[in-house]
Structure formats: C-alpha cells, structure tokens
Ligand binder design. Structure first.
Ligand code: ZN
Length: 180
C-alpha cells in the first residue's frame, strides 16, 4: 500500500477513536492531546516501511532506513504483529502522559499499516511471528485485494478520504455541542 493509502486508512481509525472519546469516553481530555494522538497514529502508519529506503518514510529518514533495509527484508520484521503489541504493552510501564499517548497512537498506526498491507495482493509473510513464519497473511481473498499503487488502491483511497470527511463532520458536531 502507498503512504497516502496508509495515512488515509490510519486517519479513519484515529478519527473514530477521537469521536468516540469526545462523545462518550472522556470528559476532561484536552484538544491538544487529541491532536497529538492523531499525529502519533499517522506517524505510526508510515513507520513500518522504514525497512524500504525508497518508501515515503525511508526517504525522509534515509540513514536509519538504509540500516534497517540492509538488516531486514521488506515487509518482514517491522510489519510483524508483535511490534504494535510490544509498544502497547510498554505503555503500562510508562509514567509520562505524553509518551503514553504517543505510544498508544503509534502502536495503533502500525497496526493500521499492517492492516493496509494485508489488503494488498502481497499480504504480510510471517505476520504472526514467531508462529507460522512462512505463511502469507492477508485479510480478503486474493481477487478482492489490490496491487500497491494500482487504480483499485486509488479508488479505495478516495473512499477512505470521504470516510475521513464524514467522521470529521461528526467530530465538529461533537465540538459544537460542547460549546453551545
Ligand atoms: Zn508496509
């Protein structure tokens, strides 16, 4: 999946959580916290492709990416399920509020990245590492998955963008209700 696709998909998940939080779950969370959470999710949604130096994040963090891509094959280690799980578990041991918030968002973003790649024809090989190391894991049957950067992916991105707009409107409504 392209970086645009990853960001659009992760953005949907972040906005759904923010809307849920505003409407139901949190009473005293600051807007700045929600914004920090949102950008942590977006950053997380790009992070796994650090294993590919030509990717969006790879080109921006080129030195790190060169090391990572020489150690790991693309769509392996950084894409495995245990990475977001380990980061999520780490939040339990972190005291600092913003670090915690960042880790929640970052791990969700990574998980959404993996979900996106599992919607592509390639899937993720060995996703459940150390279990099923040679099994390609994907979400839909192959006919319904798309090639990275194909027309089908771009149509999917347009759909995701519309979804982002719809949820943003709900968030705006929640804010309006809060103010008036
Ligand atoms: Zn990827």
């Amino acid at each position: 999946m392209t970086a645009k696709g990853h960001m659009a998909l992760a953005s949907v998940s972040a906005l759904v959580i923010i809307e849920y939080c505003l409407d139901i779950a949190c009473n005293d969370i600051e807007t700045i916290d929600l914004i920090a959470f949102y950008f942590s999710v977006i950053f997380g949604s790009l992070a796994p492709d650090i294993d590919e130096s030509e990717s969006y994040i790879g080109r921006r963090l080129y030195a790190i990416s060169l090391v990572m891509s020489s150690v790991f094959k693309h769509r392996t280690f950084t894409h495995y399920l245990f990475v977001p799980i380990a980061l999520f578990v780490a939040t339990y041991f972190v005291q600092d509020y913003f670090t915690k918030l960042f880790l929640y968002g970052f791990s969700l973003g990574i998980l959404m990245h993996d979900l996106g790649d599992m919607l592509t024809k390639g899937g993720i090989n060995g996703f459940f590492f150390p279990f099923f190391p040679n099994t390609k894991i994907a979400i839909l049957p192959k006919q319904l998955r798309f090639y990275t950067n194909s027309i089908a992916e771009h149509i999917f991105i347009v759909f995701l963008l519309l979804l982002n707009v719809a949820i943003s409107l709900l968030i705006a409504k929640s804010y309006a209700l809060e103010i008036f």
